[in-house]
Ligand binder design. Structure first.
Ligand code: HEM
Length: 180
């Protein structure tokens, strides 16, 4: 994944737990460079290793680290670095979710080697949406839960996320019902 993802994990750990904790996470994950270059592609294994190292050092399950990272990504990383793109995504939670399937095509214009997730919606109602998530990567459903909750925070809209199908349990892909 592009370095901006690893960099955002770094920002989240440093802002929550300090530089020294981050140095331990980095070391445990086996990353020896000083910094991540946002626009450079890194192996996915490194991102998974950072999450695993943060999980063991913070004594927090990996799924919880990923969920917290999803919230952080929307509320901090995307807002501070790509505010215009986020603003173009929609003015309400419902609108943003309906537009989510097209979101990364705009991101791909800046990051041409992006290997983005695929989202699609079914059963769109005034206060709920059925969101499908497909990826060639495994294990990122908790990240999606955090991203969706982060969008709830972005729009100050109380909401819930229920996962109704899980790739890790054998389903074809992950599915969520978002209600607000
Ligand atoms: C301006 C805001 C955003 C930017 C710049 C962005 C960019 C990226 C980048 C660079 C990756 C790594 C993929 C790669 O390097 O090949 C990624 C992955 C991902 N993004 Fe976004 N993204 C944004 C917003 C969102 C939002 C709002 C959501 C969902 C609510 C989302 C969901 C995901 C997911 C689930 C992945 C993991 C990849 C996978 O599932 O295979 N992103 N994004």
């Amino acid at each position: 994944m592009y370095g901006m993802v690893n960099r955002a994990i770094e920002d989240m750990v440093v802002s929550g737990y300090g530089q020294e904790t981050w140095e331990r996470v980095k070391e445990k994950a086996g990353f020896e460079d000083e910094v991540f270059v946002s626009t450079e592609a890194y192996p996915d294994e490194l991102t998974y290793a950072l999450v695993g190292a943060a999980s063991s050092i913070l004594k927090t399950p990996p799924a919880d680290v990923l969920e917290a990272f999803g919230v952080y990504w929307v509320v901090k990383t995307a807002q501070e670095g790509y505010g215009d793109m986020m603003a173009a995504g929609g003015k309400t939670l419902g609108e943003f979710l309906e537009n989510l399937p097209n979101f990364h095509s705009r991101v791909s214009m800046i990051f041409p080697h992006l290997s983005p997730p695929r989202f699609y919606c079914s059963d769109i109602k005034p206060n709920s949406i059925h969101m499908h998530y497909q990826s060639h990567r495994d294990g990122l459903a908790p990240f999606v839960v955090g991203l969706l909750k982060g969008l709830g925070q972005r729009f100050s809209t109380p909401m819930t996320v229920e996962q109704i199908a899980s790739k890790s349990a054998g389903a074809d892909h992950d599915e969520f019902i978002v209600r607000w």
